[in-house]
Ligand binder design. Structure first.
Ligand SMILES: [Zn+2]
Length: 90
C-alpha cells in the first residue's frame, strides 16, 4: 500500500510540472507574436559582374560623394544615389 501512495505522489508532481511547462510555453508564444515585415535584401552583388580572374566590372555608376560601393540607381531620365540623394540627369 505504501508503494502505491508514493506512485500517486510522483504522478501529482509530474502533472504540476507539466502545467508549469505549458504556462511557460504560452507566455513565450505571446512574446513571439510580432510579425516580421518582408523586406527584400539589397542584392548589391547584382551590380558586379566577374569576367576572368582579375576583372570585376561594375554595371552601374558609383556615387562620387559616397565613393565606390554605393551605386546610383538608374531611372528613366536620371541616375540617383539612395544614400546621399546625389542625382545625375541624362
Ligand atoms: Zn551618394
Amino acid at each position: 500500500m505504501v508503494k502505491e501512495d508514493e506512485e500517486a505522489k510522483e504522478e501529482k508532481k509530474e502533472e504540476s510540472l507539466e502545467k508549469e511547462g505549458e504556462e511557460k510555453v504560452k507566455k513565450v508564444e505571446k512574446k513571439g507574436k510580432k510579425k516580421r515585415k518582408n523586406r527584400k535584401p539589397s542584392e548589391k552583388w547584382r551590380m558586379y559582374s566577374i569576367s576572368g580572374e582579375k576583372g570585376i566590372k561594375r554595371k552601374n555608376k558609383s556615387c562620387p560623394k559616397c565613393g565606390e560601393g554605393v551605386f546610383l540607381a538608374e531611372h528613366k531620365d536620371r541616375f540617383s544615389c539612395g544614400k546621399c540623394g546625389y542625382t545625375i540627369f541624362k
